[in-house]
Design a protein around this ligand. Structure first.
Ligand code: SAM
Length: 285
């Protein structure tokens, strides 16, 4: 039975193993059964699912996942947690724990080996220091995915969901929205974790598009344009793109493309939708 969502049970396990939290690994363990249930509901876990959990910690969410999913593969970097996970997950025969760094592990191979290459669901209370690299590598490496349901810092969830013209809109919004439909499903206060993080948290579900709604000739150019536009956010697009070190467009070329799109030459990147960035990439490619 899943028992670790109750604070007292988490505290006893931590004391039994004299566990010392590693700040560098972003260790904030969830201790709230309502939040755990909410994550399971948002991810719509069923016995048909193979779930990849990133950073199982002492196995709190892993217990919930093991009860609902067909199979769970949990990737944990901290070797001190491995003996703890052996105890807390002993009752489940559908869980595999891998003592690996999620940034270095080949998830495509894991999905091939554990789920015959069929799409998996990723569910996690993410280590906040590497949220963006984790999410981007899942999408960019084309890991077969149905959805990614994760706890992240509240501001990061807002950035992923933001639209043009808002202060949170940026390269992360556009990159995530190219691949998936984002939906914040819960806000989670610091007192739901041990130890308490000093930022608010939110659960976001990213449902991967089966077919990307935005078509573009050169995906690499699209993302290079997006990065260059938001590197120099306050500059006009014509300036930031023509100044970018990794692009070779003149100010005139960018201005001509913007004119063709019926946009003012003074427009900034923060005003463009994803579809407009794709159109610009096609015109410049
Ligand atoms: N899932 C647990 C929970 O909800 O209580 C723990 C979540 S805690 C926010 C993040 C977890 O990710 C920690 O267990 C930490 O050791 C692990 N972690 C940090 N960096 C990692 C990495 N590069 N690869 C795999 N796991 C990592």
């Amino acid at each position: 039975m899943a028992t670790l969502g109750i604070p007292q049970n988490t505290i006893s396990i931590l004391q039994k193993y004299q566990f010392v939290f590693q700040k560098k690994y972003g260790q904030n363990f969830l201790v709230d059964t309502h939040v755990l249930e909410k994550i399971m509901d948002a991810a719509e876990i069923t016995k048909e699912d193979c779930v990849v959990e990133i950073g199982p910690g002492i196995g709190t969410m892993t217990q919930y996942l093991a009860e609902r999913a067909g199979a769970v593969v949990a990737v944990e970097i901290d070797k001190k947690l491995i003996p703890i996970l052996e105890e807390t997950l002993a009752a489940y025969d559908n869980v595999t724990v891998l003592n690996e760094d999620i940034i270095k592990v080949d998830l495509n191979r894991i999905v091939e080996e554990r789920n015959g290459g069929r799409p998996v669901k990723v569910v996690a209370n993410l280590p906040y220091y590497i949220t963006t690299p984790i999410i981007m590598s899942l999408f960019e490496n084309r890991v077969p995915l149905k959805s990614v349901t994760v706890m992240v810092q509240k501001e990061v969830a807002e950035r992923m969901q933001a639209g043009p013209g808002t202060k949170n809109y940026g390269a992360l919004s556009l990159a995530v929205q190219y691949y998936a439909k984002p939906e914040v499903v819960a806000n989670v206060p610091p007192n739901c974790f041990i130890p308490r993080p000093n930022v608010g948290s939110a659960v976001i579900r990213l449902t991967r598009y089966e077919e990307y709604p935005i078509a573009v000739k050169d995906e690499n150019l699209l993302f290079a344009l997006i990065r260059a536009s938001f590197n120099q956010r306050r500059k006009t697009l014509a300036n930031s793109l023509s100044n970018a070190a990794n692009l070779s467009f003149s100010r005139e070329q960018v201005a001509a493309a913007l004119e063709e799109m019926q946009l003012f030459p003074t427009v900034r990147g923060e005003a463009l939708t994803l579809a407009q960035f794709a159109e610009l990439a096609d015109l410049l490619s």
